[in-house]
Structures are given as structure tokens and as C-alpha cells.
Design a protein. Structure first.
Length: 197
């Protein structure tokens, strides 16, 4: 389980709980499916979601045999129509951070079982050494298939994320400022975990 773009930086899947076997999970914005497949291999019953049909095709091609399910869907749509309570929700540079936070965090809270875990990482707001002037930006990205898209991104300080989590009915349990690679001056990744009381 990788929370940054560099392997071996920060914690692993243990932040989701001591055992993953049989736990019901969703990854919001699974991309090519690497982390979803890792969690499935560890015994989780997991669905990886992505709003990009191309990413879902890649995930199925590479990891369809792992027991993970991959669905082409937006995070909000899937959570609004889910019928089972989840033990964990994960977003690794995924939907959390690229979707308006208040509504998505509220949907996560509604879908988590009691004591369920939310773990997400976003680009660190101080990754350039300065605090962003705006919390909302449009950012150009190039996907692995070479196509270019403009995505929405919310940059927020940890305190703002914690407040948003509290408003959604979740309690932050840890905030990690990850440096990837380790020698960088400024943290590159903000990893936050929260729990539903």
C-alpha cells in the first residue's frame, strides 16, 4: 500500500486496521488499481471506483484476477446508491481532493459503519514551501494513456481538513506530513485518517 508516488514512504495498509480479511472497503479514484489490488490480496472485499473509463479498463486488465471489483463511477454517485455499510474508505490522490469536500466527506460518513476508517492522501498544501492563496484550483493532468484532462483540486491546510471531517461527523485520528523522496525540504503528501464514532 503506497500513499505517495514513491514506494516505501510512510505507513502501509496497517493504518486501516490490524486485519483486513473480510473487511468491506471502497477506493475512491482507484486509477490503475494498484492499491485496490493490494488490499484485495490482503483479504479485503473491495471495490475500486474511478470516473475515467480508461483507468478502469487498465485496472481490470492488470488486476481483474485479484478478487477486487472495479467500477466506472463517480465517488459521489456510488456512495449515494450504496446499500452496505463499509469498514473502510480509501482515497490515494483520488476523489477526495478532486471533488468538493463537504458533500463527499458527508457521503463517506453516511456509508461508514460505526468505527469505520477513512484514509486519504492529497498533495501537501505546502509542497512548494508556500501556503496556497486559493483552496480551489483547476489543474491540467496527463493520464498514463497520454490523454490530457483538467481536474478540480482542493488544497487545504490540515486544520481545514479536520474541520471538514468534524462537520461530516468523522473524527480525525492521525495527520501525516510525508516527504517523498525522504530528502525533500517540504512535505509532498498529506495523509489523514479519520474514524466514524
Amino acid at each position: 500500500m503506497e500513499w505517495t508516488q514513491r514506494p516505501g514512504v510512510g505507513p502501509g495498509a496497517e493504518i486501516l486496521g490490524t486485519t483486513l480479511t473480510g473487511r468491506r472497503m471502497v477506493e475512491l479514484g482507484c486509477g490503475a488499481g494498484h492499491n485496490t489490488a493490494h488490499l484485495a490480496a490482503a483479504g479485503a472485499t473491495i471495490v475500486g471506483l474511478d470516473s475515467s473509463a480508461g483507468q478502469i479498463r487498465r485496472a481490470v486488465a492488470h488486476y481483474g484476477h485479484t478478487g477486487a471489483r472495479f467500477l466506472h463511477s463517480s465517488a459521489g454517485h456510488h456512495l449515494d446508491h450504496a446499500t452496505e455499510a463499509l469498514d473502510a474508505i480509501v482515497s490515494v490522490f483520488g476523489a477526495i481532493g478532486t471533488t468538493e469536500p463537504s458533500q463527499l466527506l458527508a457521503a463517506c460518513s453516511r456509508n461508514l459503519a460505526r468505527r469505520g476508517v477513512l484514509a486519504f492522501c492529497v498533495p501537501h498544501p505546502q509542497r512548494t514551501g508556500t501556503v496556497p492563496h486559493h483552496t480551489y484550483n483547476l489543474v491540467p493532468v496527463t493520464l498514463p494513456d497520454g490523454t490530457s484532462h483538467t481536474v478540480e483540486r482542493w488544497d487545504a491546510e490540515p486544520a481545514a481538513w479536520i474541520l471538514a471531517l468534524n462537520r461530516a461527523g468523522l473524527t480525525a485520528t492521525a495527520v501525516h506530513h510525508l516527504h517523498a523522496p525522504a530528502g525533500t525540504r517540504w512535505p509532498t503528501t498529506l495523509l489523514i485518517t479519520a474514524r466514524k464514532p
